[in-house]
Design a protein around this ligand. Structure first.
Ligand code: NAD
Length: 509
């Protein structure tokens, strides 16, 4: 069976003591085993990073950017094989895997502009003869701990910016789909990145704790579920590190009475069920304003949901594939049962779905709940599966309060033709990323990504200028140069006595 090992520069370590199974969610079979690393593995990676990082930081930013350009070309050339590998471990359909990789590459495109971004600031004459300038310097060694659901995009959010800024970066990807992160790191090396600047260490809590406690790591970027994000944030900060930790989500789509319902239904088909709902920017809650809107929406949603095709990742006509593993499928089905027990109306039940010829695969059919209320546990918590919940709101103010008061605050969307309602909503909603007639408002790479409340701990977002701020520290220099009389070779020993003279004399011969 294939084994997936760490990608650590330098001498090899001993074999792994613990391994974890990597499944193909389409078949339910174990297809590989991944090493679960220890602090000894981390130490080896740190030693390589420490040896390589000063040279990389001293490499001019244009050369660092050239590696990013080359890497982008290599990933594009390998897009098909990367997408297939990704789908085979995650379960998302090939088009979604390509999207996952493409969104990551867009951060690499941003990183290609790093020479411009790192230019710094300068004030001439801040005082008599005094100039002030500030520059952004790399932190040294940074680490990223990433979730299973975007095994290309999220590692590239972090590593692209961290590395372009001159840091060494250690990636600890999800143990559930670790192959694509390793492959991306190999392509980065092929693009000319010096060994030791990007390394991959696999593992579970043991490796995460080793990263959080290691004194040589200055910053940790985490993306995953909220309880673990909060834990990572607390432990990392306690160890004196800079930490950003993105967590779970429960994004709402508000549907105003004037919305184009056909468009909303088309948007929800993708946003609620695409990638089997395993997206932190999925739209699993829809809030129609007024019963008339709710009834009309429900009527249009039903045939749309029934027409969704669940299939294997390589089925080009499938809307979505299996969820990542059997435990997660069970978890999603348990939440559906909780919803039923709490009194929500289960309109479409996706439990017990089996795909013919793939009976062992981790498939779940789409589910729709109506008359979900804010008191229900199944509303309060993230389900992370192909389940859409309708929460009816009598008016705009109630609809605005629902996402604003929810424990999560990642993304939200409003569907309306009314500019004033949209503007009010965007200004007042207590959520980090807002879509206006855009169901999944993931910001483009040169803006930045980050939610509010329990969707993110720490105060700096991912990628864009926020990412550059996270992966660098500012040094500010206040300078005053002596006048000519104090120059070496100045007036005391008969040399040039003024600054102007110091420059003029050599050219006069
Ligand atoms: P997860 O929290 O289970 O795992 C994330 C990472 O933490 C993995 O690398 C894992 O190995 C590690 N980990 C797992 N258990 C740990 C423990 N006890 N201690 C320390 N580390 C541990 O998340 P997941 O299931 O891989 O990903 C799905 C979650 O990620 C969802 O909640 C989703 O909303 C969230 N997510 C958030 C964003 C965002 O930007 N806000 C983006 C993508 C996913």
């Amino acid at each position: 069976m294939r084994t997936i090992d760490h990608l650590i520069a330098g001498p090899a370590g001993g074999g792994a003591l613990r391994m974890s199974d990597v499944f193909d969610p389409n078949t339910g079979q174990v297809q590989a085993r991944v090493s679960l690393g220890t602090s000894a593995d981390l130490d080896r990676a740190i030693a390589a990073a420490q040896a390589a990082q000063p040279g990389w930081a001293a490499t001019n930013p244009q050369r660092r950017a050239r590696v990013m350009f080359k890497f982008k070309e290599l990933v594009e050339a390998n897009m098909d094989s990367l997408a297939h590998l990704l789908s085979s471990e995650h379960g998302k359909v090939i088009a979604d895997s390509k999207g996952d990789i493409q969104r990551g590459l867009e951060v690499i495109e941003f990183a290609c502009g790093i020479p411009h971004v790192l230019k710094g600031e300068y004030t001439q004459g801040a005082g008599p003869g005094i100039d002030v300038y500030s520059m952004r310097q790399p932190l040294g060694i940074g680490a990223g701990i990433t979730p299973f659901n975007f095994p290309a995009m999220i590692p590239l959010w972090m590593s692209g910016v961290a590395i372009a800024c001159g840091n060494a970066f250690l990636l600890k990807p999800s143990e559930r789909d670790p192959s694509v992160p390793v492959r991306l790191a190999e392509l980065m090396l092929e693009a000319g990145l010096p060994e030791g600047i990007l390394q991959v260490v696999h593992g579970d809590k043991e490796m995460v704790d080793a990263i959080l406690d290691h004194p040589a790591i200055s910053a940790v970027s985490f993306v995953g579920s909220s309880d673990i994000a909060h834990y990572v944030y607390r432990r990392g900060v306690e160890a004196g590190k800079r930490v950003q930790a993105m967590g779970g989500a429960k994004n709402h789509g508000i549907v105003m009475p004037d919305a184009d319902l056909d468009q909303v239904v088309a948007d929800l088909s993708g946003a609620a069920f695409g990638s089997a709902g395993e997206r932190c920017m999925a739209l699993p809650v829809v809030v129609p304003v007024g019963d008339k809107t709710a009834d009309a929406l429900r009527e249009k949603l039903l045939p749309a949901i029934r027409s969704l095709r669940v299939g294997v990742s390589t089925d080009n006509d499938a809307h979505y594939g299996p969820v990542v593993n059997a435990a997660h499928r069970q978890r999603v089905e348990n939440w559906i049962q909780t919803g039923v027990d709490e009194g929500a109306e289960l309109v479409v039940d996706g439990r017990g779905f089996q795909l013919q010829g793939h009976e062992e695969g981790f498939f779940i059919g789409p589910s729709l709940f109506d008359r979900v209320t804010p008191e229900m546990q199944s509303y309060k918590e993230e389900i992370f599966g192909p389940v859409l919940q309708i929460v009816r709101a009598p008016d705009f103010e109630t609809a605005l309060r629902l996402p604003s008061e929810h424990q999560y605050g990642n993304g939200v969307a409003i569907f309306t033709r009314n500019g004033h309602a949209a503007r009010e909503f965007a200004a007042r909603v207590n959520v980090g990323m807002v879509g206006i007639n855009v169901p999944i408002p993931v910001p483009v790479a040169y803006h930045s990504f980050g939610g509010w409340k329990r969707s993110a701990f720490g105060d700096v977002n991912q990628h864009g200028m926020e990412g550059v701020r996270f992966w660098t520290k500012v040094k500010t220099v206040t300078q005053r140069w002596p006048d000519g009389s104090a120059l070496p070779g100045g007036s005391e020993d008969g040399g040039p006595s003024r600054i102007q003279d110091a420059f003029v004399i050599p050219t006069m011969g």
